[in-house]
Design a protein around this ligand. Sequence first.
Ligand SMILES: CC(C)(COP(=O)(O)OP(=O)(O)OC[C@H]1O[C@@H](n2cnc3c(N)ncnc32)[C@H](O)[C@@H]1OP(=O)(O)O)[C@@H](O)C(=O)NCCC(=O)NCCS
Length: 168
Amino acid sequence: MTLLYGTTVTLRPVVEDDIERLTQILNEPEVAQWWPRYDSKRIHQELIEGSHVAAFAVVAEDDVVGCVQYHEETARDYRHATIDVFLDPAWHGKGLGTDAVRTLARHLIYDKGHHRLAIDPAVANEKAIRTYRRVGFQPVGVMREYERNSNGEWQGGLLMDLLKRDLH
Ligand SMILES: CC(C)(COP(=O)(O)OP(=O)(O)OC[C@H]1O[C@@H](n2cnc3c(N)ncnc32)[C@H](O)[C@@H]1OP(=O)(O)O)[C@@H](O)C(=O)NCCC(=O)NCCS
């Protein structure tokens, strides 16, 4: 089992027993605003059964406080990985998001050999953009009408990327 140690958080693969807790977190309005339309069935399909992403539970003080995941583009000439994250609002504002994303970024670059990572927060998600900048991600540009928001309307996404030398 892959265990990744950050400054405060530990990352370990999501297991069946995490589904209830992660569903609870995804139902928090502050999280659902950016991760809309998740129920336990969808979480199970995407985070446990799915081969599309590798998902880690973010653990702090023996509690599952969120999830951070990655997807790898394996085509040789376009090889890179993308990251996504959510945390329980009760744990926001303590540096855990930065710690979780940085810890996964280190794993992808130093253990998995990626030279480039990407992340695509909603343009309006200022909190997430600040977190990603702290890790070293830089804005590339706005992808217009990129994804549906919680009201079902198309919203822009900010493409950000990080090269190995940007990671801090
Ligand atoms: C995005 C998200 C993961 C950020 O989590 P977080 O733990 O609050 O983020 P950070 O680690 O960047 O910490 C945020 C604040 O804690 C402060 N902080 C306190 N102690 C800190 C420490 N030891 N180290 C770093 N920052 C610390 C920072 O200064 C920062 O303040 P600021 O945002 O006012 O500048 C979280 O807001 C979240 O889950 N949001 C809902 C879901 C979501 O939007 N996901 C992203 C989709 S793209």
